[in-house]
Design a protein around this ligand. Structure first.
Ligand SMILES: *Cc1c(COP(=O)(O)O)cnc(C)c1O
Length: 384
């Protein structure tokens, strides 16, 4: 980080390191090249800042979108429509029509009623929709319950028990073309074992359908690869090599099948930090609070998912001494959950000091809200 650039920044503000983003993308594309059938889509919902989309688009990735707004943002950033996939349990008619008018690569369909609506809208527009069926594989991803998606109690995907029926239904429709199966078991997965289970589930399913003479062109394994929130400097780039090798080794595919990956967090999380300044230090009989000018409105992950982000002092080389004190880092919002972390050891802090809340490039700025009628945070793009 360039300290002079930061000193003048008006906080709270997101800081993005474009150079780290490019290096991350390079590591990803190198690792994915292990198999010519592998294609990666960027999950736009993690961060849709236009400059970031543009850098990602330049490396040739596709886009995984979940709304009309995201499809438009992807198209505006230059993603070709035939590399755009559209997921989500609640697609509106307007959104489906938009996807059809762009002739996007694939709709990832989450229920049979949705399949009927897509077929009927495509028929009215005189077109054929490319679809994949999202399967709920009933696999525990061992992540926070708010970001696990592949369990039978989750709202996502078609239950395994209804999949045969959904496949038959898609085949009977004249305005949908069934191209594949889609899976996404959750986010911030740090144990790759869950992906091995996923591969086994996929192999069982593809074998089951091959027996009926059905081969899917596309197997979409979703995203969810986790990052190191505890030590972003030691692990700024996720282990893409092990991730892609796992699928290369464990998925049984034919030569003509494609495997789609939809990564969000793993691509953008580490290149972003939320910068904030200390407003007040408040000492009570039980606690020492550092009250900062960023709140859960700027970065909701700690309040929403009990997520941990490393917090550091951006040293301005003044008289911060090196004895460490424990602080609860809290925001100004009128909610008790507006806490970034508790008992963080930091050099003695004073009003005006700047902190960096690290690994905030994914599900940070994009989730910001105006609760308490606050202004949305701005952003600085460094090393562009
Ligand atoms: C959110 C989401 C992703 C991306 O998840 P990450 O954990 O950011 O990689 C991929 N696919 C689907 C269907 C999603 O909902």
């Amino acid at each position: 980080m360039d300290n002079d650039l930061l000193k003048s920044a008006s906080t709270p503000i997101y800081y993005y390191d474009a150079d780290l983003l490019r290096r991350t993308l390079e590591a990803l594309t190198t690792a994915a090249a292990i198999d010519h059938r592998f294609k990666v889509h960027y999950a736009v919902k993690a961060n849709a800042r236009p400059e970031i989309l543009s850098i990602i688009q330049n490396t040739g990735l596709g886009a995984d979108c979940v709304s009309e707004g995201e499809i438009k943002a992807a198209v505006n950033a230059g993603f070709p429509a035939d590399r755009i996939v559209f997921a989500g349990v609640g697609k509106t008619d307007k959104e489906i029509r938009l996807g059809l008018s762009y002739d996007i690569e694939c709709f990832n369909v989450e229920s049979m009623p949705e399949l009927e609506v897509i077929n009927s809208l495509a028929s009215k527009l005189g077109t054929v929709a490319n679809v994949a069926l999202r399967v709920n594989p009933e696999i525990d991803a061992h992540t926070h319950r708010y970001i696990t998606t592949g369990l039978s109690e989750n709202k996502f995907g078609i239950p395994m028990s209804q999949l045969d029926q959904a496949v038959d239904m898609a085949h009977s429709m004249s305005n949908v073309k069934l191209r594949g199966l889609h899976f996404h078991i959750g986010s911030q997965l740090t144990q790759l074992d869950s992906y091995i289970l996923l591969c086994e589930r996929i192999n069982d399913l593809t074998e089951h359908y091959l027996k009926q003479g059905i081969e899917f062109e596309i197997i979409n394994v979703g995203g969810g690869l986790g990052i190191d929130y505890n030590d972003p400097d030691a692990n700024p780039i996720p282990d893409f090599k092990s991730y892609f090798e796992l699928f290369h080794k464990n998925l049984k595919l034919s030569q003509s099948q494609e495997v789609h990956f939809e990564l969000g967090r793993a691509i953008v999380a580490q290149c972003g930090s939320l910068l904030t300044r200390i407003l007040y230090i408040k000492e009570t009989p039980t606690k020492r609070f550092a009250i900062v000018d960023a709140g859960m409105t700027d970065l909701i992950r700690p309040a929403l998912y009990q997520a941990h982000h490393k917090i550091e002092l951006i040293d301005d080389n003044t008289e911060n001494n090196c004895t460490l004190l424990k602080y609860d880092i809290v925001g100004p919002i009128c909610e008790s959950s507006d806490v970034f972390d508790t008992d963080v050891e930091l050099p003695q802090l004073k009003r005006g000091d700047m902190l960096a809340i690290r690994s905030a490039g994914a599900y940070g700025e994009i989730m910001a809200s105006q609760y308490n009628l606050r202004r949305l945070p701005g952003a600085i793009l460094d090393n562009q």
